[in-house]
Design a binder for this molecule. Structure first.
Ligand code: AVJ
Ligand code: FE
Length: 440
């Protein structure tokens, strides 16, 4: 069991570093140190921040070592310096940042071999801190992938196309009934679950219907064509104010040329693909679309019930398809592809009730604010989750094509401001079930 976890930790750390290398070796030093958007850090900041977090948690806290370079801690403290100001910091140059991260990693691999993974407290038991650091690096890898999407110039990354949807995609029902009643939300047993996913607790969710797939670009275009962006009836007041102020009339990276909608994706301009889940919409845009469609966003509890509840056994699964870790047949994860897969694919990844693509493809906005579960305890640091709880941030679920499986599961919670649209965000809609529908 422990040797298995040790190998999992080693695999997760190694996979993260391979991806970090892909994202930081495909552009030159000038591009690594440039700020491609005020919303993002220079890539070289993420690189050294990854190494610095790893040093602080694994080498210093777990290993009890002294700081390798105490003077840089403050430069890479995300709370001391907002992203927009990071280019003016005394950052390590690309070669130094790489050298620092790899020196830390070499020592961490020694530490991992020598650390007992039980009876040592919650930080080291089940290799938790090693798993946490692998997740942290993968989260910054997704952040760097967003920076790549925002950067100008020709493509620096490439990947094969995702699988087409099978012939059954055309026959899927538009939505699925999820019966009312209690289910188990969150987890107390997943070894690398982060503090905000804990503890497991019962929630009662009345019957509702949820879309079988995420909302597609084609469906979203109907909202645009119907004047959806110019009709305040569909919008939360602050959302309508944002689209007016910034003259927003389509998802980020879209533009209309001649009669055609085009989008820019990792340096390539292409027609908007009608059958693909819509990407780069804010919570306000998702919320407005849902209202226009006569529906609403699912709550976070509804999303998790659709993704995890097995009506046959009454228990909650780790993933929609069961308890097994994701493989390429289950979900579009891990930056194997540089886009969502067409709606209706990944049949093997469907939930017991037949809901598709809950995991992977696009992060899905939910109606819910980011709040602690009953019994929440910050661990191991308040700045991961606790300081973000409240009504300012909305929860996203399910992970995107740019999320590694180590940082994605049925209980995983992401959050962001409702105005954000540079993230790999999409959504699906829901509605209350009709009163007589839930009588099975
Ligand atoms: C959970 C994705 C919102 O990127 O701000 C990275 C993850 N926390 N370093 C973020 C995180 C600290 C976090 N999100
Ligand atoms: Fe971080």
């Amino acid at each position: 069991m422990n040797e298995d976890l040790r190998r999992r930790a080693l695999d997760a750390l190694t996979r993260a570093r391979t991806r970090t290398a892909t994202l930081t070796e495909c552009v030159d030093d000038r591009e690594l140190t440039a700020q491609h958007s005020p919303l993002m850090s220079p890539l070289v900041w993420d690189l050294a921040h990854i190494g610095n977090q790893e040093e602080q948690w694994l080498l210093r806290t777990v290993g009890g070592r002294a700081a390798l370079r105490p003077e840089i801690d403050s430069v890479y403290d995300a709370f001391e310096h907002p992203r927009a100001t990071r280019p003016s910091l005394p950052l390590l140059a690309p070669a130094e940042a790489r050298g620092y991260a790899s020196e830390v990693r070499g020592r961490v691999l020694d530490l991992l071999e020598r650390t007992p993974l039980e009876g040592g407290g919650p930080l080291v038991d089940s290799a938790f801190a090693f798993g946490m650091i692998a997740q942290h690096e993968q989260q910054h890898d997704e952040t760097m992938l967003i920076t790549h999407q925002l950067r100008d110039g020709p493509a620096a990354l490439s990947a094969p196309e995702p699988p087409r949807a099978g012939p059954d995609a055309a026959e899927l029902p538009a939505d699925v009934l999820v019966p009312g009643g209690p289910f188990t939300m969150g987890t107390s047993t997943e070894p690398w679950a982060l503090d905000n996913e804990r503890p497991a607790h019962r929630r009662t969710v009345p019957a509702f219907r949820i879309d079988t797939t995420p909302v597609t670009c084609g469906a979203y275009l109907a909202f645009i064509a119907d004047g959806g962006y110019r009709d305040p009836r569909w919008w939360a007041a602050e959302g309508y104010e944002q689209i007016r102020r910034h003259d927003i009339g389509a998802p980020l990276f879209w533009r209309r040329e001649g009669g055609q909608w085009l989008r820019r994706r990792f340096g390539v301009t292409e027609p908007v693909p009608l059958d693909e889940p819509v990407l780069h919409v804010s919570w306000y845009e998702a919320d407005a679309y849902a209202r226009w469609a006569g529906r609403r966003l699912p709550t976070e509890a509804e999303w998790e019930k659709a993704a995890r509840h097995d009506p046959g056994t009454g228990r909650s699964r780790r993933f929609p398809w069961g308890d097994a870790d994701p493989t390429p047949v289950h979900a579009n994860l891990g930056q194997r592809h540089l886009r969502p897969a067409p709606a209706g694919g990944y049949r093997e990844g469907r939930s017991p009730l037949g809901v598709r693509q809950l995991i992977g493809d696009v992060w899905e906005w939910t109606a819910s604010d980011f709040l602690p579960y009953p019994g929440f305890a910050a661990f191991p640091y308040r700045e991961y989750s606790e300081v973000f709880f409240g009504s300012a941030h909305k929860v996203l679920r399910g992970g995107s094509f740019g999320v590694d499986p180590v940082a994605c599961r049925g209980t995983f919670r992401n959050w962001d401001l409702p105005v954000r649209r540079q993230i790999f965000s999409g959504f699906r809609t829901a509605r209350d079930a009709d009163p007589l529908e839930d009588t099975v």
